[in-house]
Design a protein around this ligand. Sequence first.
Ligand code: CIR
Length: 254
Amino acid sequence: MIIAITREISPAINECELTHLAREPIDLAAARAQHRQYIEALRQLDCEVLELPPEPELPDSVFVEDTAVVLDEAAIITRPGAPSRRPETESVARALAPYRRLLHITAPGTIDGGDVLRAGRSIFIGLSSRSNQAGIEQMAALLAPFGYSVTGVRLSGCLHLKSAVTQVAPDTLLINPRQTDAAVFSEFELIEVDESEPAGANALLVNEAVIYPSHFPATRRKLEERGLRVITVEASELAKAEGGVTCCSLLVSP
Ligand code: CIR
């Protein structure tokens, strides 16, 4: 059974990091209700959900994805690009230690897990405002012994690589080609987000289904037309913190 690691939303979420969005008030109760719905969707898809202890002082700590990259062979504990987020990794490392050998990104490298897209043995990493060349080189060196290829990918106008492209089936990616270079992903089938939904490329593939925000209905139709099983969740409150559906969990395969 897949273990999905999550963490409750901090009461300080309104002090979250923001890069591309203007600050809008986040309703904590509404955000938490939506987060519960997300956890229920993970359970519906047969995940065992492991909820980490809250980190009330760390505004962005619900976005556990950025703190680690979990592969079958090891988990890489990241060094997030935003200094305010670096203390988030400690408790995630403790939670992952029983399941995986831990490897670490160290200074001057920075990596946010949201920049790391894995598809089979290919790993793509966004060269973003959070993940730097030194971090990408460390990832490549750490993962080469396991037979992964690591490719740095340029982005524009979005926070992380997985804001622009995510996996929705073993051979298929959902992409906004205006935010990243679709040619890099030519070995995959590509589904483009609807033009009216530029932020709609973040989907979470779990057990052959896709967890997807309800606020992108046109792109959702495109996914369904391709025969994908889509479970929609409300995710509008954490979207104001630049969070999507991949950001709120770390999936640990058995
Ligand atoms: C941040 O800027 O770090 C948070 N407010 C949002 C992080 C979202 N994480 C993700 O996309 N993986």
